[in-house]
Design a protein around this ligand. Structure first.
Ligand code: URA
Length: 228
């Protein structure tokens, strides 16, 4: 029996129509049922909360010694867009929430412009979950220790798209050495999720001439999800 006939026979068995099959062969009137994926939303939500607790208690690198609060991330499950930044700053370290300072408020405006919010259809996280002293660049051993948390978040959240902001995060996720000016403009993949890089909101607050390029990147992201 061919693969197709075998599959059809399995569907008929599933439908308790195997008797029909034996009597009359396959009948096109009986459409093959769509086999639904099990709804694992509650399990993923639980696993994400457990992961958050693990991050808050993490001692995998030296950044744990000086942090006030680790910052796992926040937003919705199955987000349209997952935003990935570099690391918490002072405001995030104090509150335990990602992107809540000036850069975060600016980021929220960017997202609103393409109808994305952390309350409805976004998840916001960082490559590094604890604040580096004086906001210095994270060290390779710190990104190495922390990246598995982000990898797991992507697995559990299943974002449709990733927007990565800033050089450091883009270089870590893409395993690239080029700067953000060279990386932006392209669409890449991280764990098979389409990824769009752009400048970090702090950089744009410092240099407003970057605004037009960020807007181009956001429009491209919007067009990707509108045509997906
Ligand atoms: N900058 C980041 O990259 N992440 C934050 O959460 C805040 C500022």
């Amino acid at each position: 029996m061919s693969d197709a006939s075998n599959r059809a026979k399995q569907y008929y068995e599933l439908l308790n129509l195997y008797g029909d099959y034996v009597r009359t062969g396959f009948r096109s009137a009986h459409a093959a049922p769509v086999l639904k994926k099990p709804d694992d939303t509650a399990a993923r939500k639980g696993a994400l909360e457990k992961l958050g607790a693990e991050v808050r208690a993490c001692t995998r690198c030296d950044l744990c010694h000086n942090r006030l609060k680790a910052v796992p991330g926040e937003g919705t499950l199955d987000p349209l867009v997952m935003v990935v930044g570099e690391a918490p700053g002072a405001d995030e370290d104090e509150t335990g929430r990602p992107f809540v300072g000036a850069a975060g408020q600016y980021l929220d405006k960017w997202l609103q412009a393409i109808h994305v919010t952390r309350r409805t259809n976004a998840y916001i996280a960082n490559v590094i979950k604890c604040r580096p002293p004086q906001n210095r660049d994270p060290r390779p051993e710190e990104t190495g220790a922390c990246l598995p948390y982000l990898t797991r978040q992507v697995e559990l959240l299943r974002p449709r798209f990733i927007l990565v902001v800033g050089r450091v995060a883009a270089q870590v996720l893409l395993r690239e050495e080029r700067g953000i000016g060279a990386l932006r403009g392209g669409t890449y993949r991280f764990q098979d999720v389409p990824l769009v890089p752009t400048y970090h909101p702090s950089a744009v607050l410092r240099d407003q001439s970057l605004r037009a390029r960020v807007w181009d990147d956001l429009k491209r992201l919007k067009s990707l999800f509108e045509h997906a």
